[in-house]
Design a protein around this ligand. Structure first.
Ligand code: GLS
Length: 824
């Protein structure tokens, strides 16, 4: 072991001296300085070189970072705070080099050290501070905001442990902690000057002030220190460096005074852990509620710290005059997770700055904007009133008051309708009353948006129908997007070079330019180069799959991929059933419709989600049978990719031929993986769900394998759904079910897949696997047939990339900017 400790660990304050770097110092000089300062020359390994190099890149950013802050302060433009419990950033190095246009310089510098950039890139831990789509969307948005020169700050939590690492033991998912900060985080800067304290517990007291007004205070609280860690967010070649501010919880300095005085030294020190627990771990649930007290503490901790930070900055410039505050601020709430920011802003304005209710409410309701990311009922957050009363008593008072005033309005709108009042109340009555956070968010926000056309339509016609009737003007759609920097320019250099050659480099900032490709779909040279790029990407992925899964993928075969969180509504099961069907056909020698293909599934299951975990086991068992039959492997190979994350996707999506977007219609709010695949020239096999619908609109039915029930049809079928009927009608599905039920895939573990079999046969199956199977199978036959004509397939691939311009997060952020934020 040649490990040498590098400069400061992330827990130590960064000394101001190390922040000062000569703006003229070159990257090479900077790198040399970091190596000299921190390492014995002969003892450096790749991890240390990476660390020193990342510090050097950060140093190069510091002057611009400072200049951006100064410029924003002086310009006095409106600020947007993007509040999110998740930022799934992935690795930062390659992205920084691309956006700062430092790739060439890097190559020069690293040459002297005989180290390849890829070698260093591999050393970086993913910043896995999110579960999936929602967290990655926040990361894509930050890139687009910086690249469009917008004054937007991300506020989140600096989890000590990010998304768990997934291991496979005998085909079962096992979770391992992700200590991503173990080797330090070279990108972050600890900024103690922004520390704030966040109160918990205690109780409310009221008193009459000098003017005879009743005032409230929250007393005997247990305070926790919020420490700011800033991460740079470089814009694409535009000199702007925005900030992602992540809060870490620590014990306040006076946490122990009283106990110290009483001699309870150990008790006092032990208390420190309670404070530090708050930001210890990310909750690994995607699109599902958990109701855990610690989670609410995290939500309040983030919300309070971020708002105090914004208010402190305001007061330092304007004094405690909030007349213009609402004109200068927007807080975008990434789902209801930070919606406790609403009563917290009211509290701070009233209790700390002495504003009256009406002025505080005007400010709050003119600055809060809420994005909804799911219709799944289990994901709609509801907190027990009891928990609030104990942990956040002052906020509960305020929520009650907001609710009372709002219900007054409802009563005027629907006179005499008690049911309406009950249905729309922020407080859900019952044995255990709950606070409905989505309702609170709608009531207090000036904007409520869904994340794809269908999703927003379902919100306004279903879940939030009554609110839409009351406030139609609040509701709007903002279809998601993904950043073309990370998801094309950086992750697919082979294709990016081709695009640069054909179209110039402008597409990186204006993805609509890709539509110019449509003029070249008959160009033989382009087709050849397009195929060569894909083949090269497939070779690289094949090597990775071999390494990670031990399965040989053949780049000549079709690469058919489904990577995303494992969830029943996303229907990995439908995909697995189709693999079983192909396996069965091949074994019977029925090869007419078969196109050789390699199927890849990857994704994590929430640790407490038994069914999702069982699906992983099924995928692995089926893969074992498929890959160990030499009669089958010339036509079909199947692998489950372990520990799927952002870095894995960067290698997977450039190499994919067929992208599986097969959720039950009406369940996937948008999807964003679907867009990454499309951008990289994959064809989609998919349902009319989420943003698939808009992708289909852009690319046309001839370049998309569409199947399945519509959202309306799913709803209509629900009351009399009869899976047996669909199974009996499809010979293919009947055979698949027989094989599954025979125990063929679990010979040594009888019965383990019964819950899956039962779910397919159950008339209550909300995901309607059996109903869509036959239509899915036929779409797969179509895809297989098309793949056998490489020329035509490539033309369709080009058309998909050409049509992906609308799904750049630059477009989405342009709409947030103009239609919600109103910023220049
Ligand atoms: C999600 C949705 O499930 C996705 O469809 C959506 O693309 C994403 C970003 O809007 O948000 N909601 C959620 O709770 N997790 C998600 O990924």
């Amino acid at each position: 072991e040649r490990k040498v400790k590098v400069t400061s660990t992330s827990d130590e304050p960064v000394s101001p001296a190390s922040l000062i770097c000569d703006p003229c110092e070159t990257l090479g000089a900077c790198f040399e300085r970091h190596i000299d300062k921190s390492l014995a020359p002969k003892e450096r390994d790749d991890q240390e070189l990476f660390y020193a190099f990342a510090l050097s890149v950060k140093d190069q950013m510091l002057p611009k970072w400072r200049a951006t802050r100064q410029q924003d302060r002086e310009a006095g433009n409106k600020r947007v705070a993007y509040l999110s419990l998740e930022f799934l950033m992935g690795r930062a190095l390659s992205n920084a080099l691309l956006n700062l246009d430092m790739n060439q310089e890097t190559e020069q510098v690293l040459k002297d050290y005989a180290v390849a950039l890829e070698q260093l890139e591999e050393q970086e831990h993913d910043a896995g501070l999110g579960n999936g789509g929602l967290g990655r969307l926040a990361a894509c948005f930050l890139d687009s905001c910086a690249s469009q020169d917008l004054n937007v700050t991300g506020y989140g939590i600096r989890y000590e442990y990010g998304m768990f690492a997934q291991k496979l033991w005998d085909g079962y998912q096992v979770e391992r902690p992700d200590r991503w900060l173990r080797d330090g985080n070279p990108w972050e800067v600890r900024v103690p000057s922004h520390n704030v304290t966040v109160p918990f517990f205690g109780h409310t007291e009221s008193y009459i002030d000098r003017d005879g007004k009743r005032q409230y205070t929250w007393v005997e609280t247990q305070d926790v220190l919020a420490v700011a860690y800033d991460m740079p967010v470089p814009g694409y070649r535009n000199e702007r460096i925005n900030t992602l501010r992540l809060w870490k919880s620590e014990a306040t300095d006076d946490f122990d005074l009283e106990e110290f005085n009483q001699g309870d030294y150990t008790e006092a020190v032990a208390r420190k852990n309670l404070a530090e627990q708050i930001t210890m771990v990310l909750y690994p649930n995607d699109a599902s509620e958990n109701g855990k007290e610690l989670r609410l503490r995290q939500q309040y901790f983030l919300s309070s710290a971020s708002l105090q930070d914004l208010l402190n900055t305001w007061v330092s410039q304007h004094g405690a005059d909030f007349t213009d505050f609402a004109r200068q601020h927007v807080m975008q709430l990434n789902d209801t997770h930070p919606s406790v920011a609403i009563p917290e802003l009211m509290r701070l304005l009233m209790d700390k700055y002495g504003l009256g209710w009406d002025q505080a409410w005007t400010i709050t309701s003119q600055t809060m904007a809420y994005t909804n990311h799911t219709l799944l009922p289990e994901a709609l957050e509801r907190w027990p009133v009891r928990m609030f009363a104990h942990m956040l008593p002052r906020l509960l008072d305020i929520i009650y008051e907001i609710n009372a005033r709002y219900l007054d309005m409802v009563a005027h709108h629907w006179p005499g309708d008690g049911d309406k009042l009950r249905a729309m109340s922020i407080i859900e009555e019952g044995d255990e009353p709950h606070i409905r956070m989505a309702y609170l968010a709608i009531v207090a926000s000036f904007s409520v948006n869904g994340v794809a056309g269908l999703h927003t339509q379902l919100l306004t016609s279903g879940l939030f129908k009554d609110f839409y009737a009351l406030w139609p003007e609040k509701f709007n759609n903002k279809t998601n997007g993904v950043t073309p920097r990370r998801w094309l320019a950086q992750s697919n250099p082979a294709l990016a070079q081709l695009l640069n050659k054909r179209l110039g480099e402008g597409w990186v900032k204006d993805l609509s330019r890709l539509s110019a490709l449509n003029a070249f779909t008959d160009d033989k040279e382009l087709i050849k180069a397009w195929q060569a790029a894909k083949q090269s990407n497939k070779r690289q992925l094949a090597a990775l799959v071999k390494q990670e899964c031990g399965v040989s993928f053949d780049p000549k075969m079709m690469f058919d991929v489904q990577v995303k969180r494992i969830h029943e509504y996303k229907r990995q099961l439908l995909n697995i059933l189709h693999v079983i069907h192909l396996y069965h056909l091949i074994q019977q020698g029925k090869l007419t419709d078969i196109t050789p293909r390699c199927v890849l599934i990857g994704g994590k299951a929430a640790p407490g989600y038994a069914m999702a975990k069982l699906l992983i086991k099924l995928a692995n068992n089926v893969a074992h049978m498929v890959n160990s039959d030499p009669l089958v492997t010339p036509y079909l190979r199947f692998a489950f990719y372990p520990n799927y994350n952002v870095s894995a996707m960067e290698r997977i999506c450039p190499a994919t031929d067929l992208s599986e977007q097969i959720s039950t219609a009406g369940k996937e709010a948008s999807g964003t993986g679907n867009m990454k695949f499309m951008m990289n020239g994959a064809l989609t096999i998919g349902t009319l769900d989420g943003a698939n619908i808009e992708m289909l609109e852009e690319v046309g039915e001839d370049n998309f394998f569409l199947f399945g029930l519509t959202a309306d049809e799913v709803e209509a079928l629900k009351p009399h759904y009869d899976p047996q009927h669909f199974i009996a009608k499809s010979q293919a599905l009947s055979e698949v079910m027989s094989l599954l039920e025979s125990g063929h895939f679990n010979l040594l573990e009888p019965g383990i897949f019964d819950p899956i079999i039962d779910s397919i046969r159950c008339p209550k199956d909300p995901w309607m696997i059996a109903a869509d199977f036959e239509s899915y199978r036929l779409a797969q036959v179509q895809a297989a047939k098309s793949y056998r004509d490489p020329h035509h397939w490539t033309q369709m691939s080009i058309r998909n990339t050409a049509a992906s311009g609308r799904f750049s997060s630059d477009v989405t952020i342009g709409q947030y900017r103009d239609e919600i934020w109103g910023i220049a």
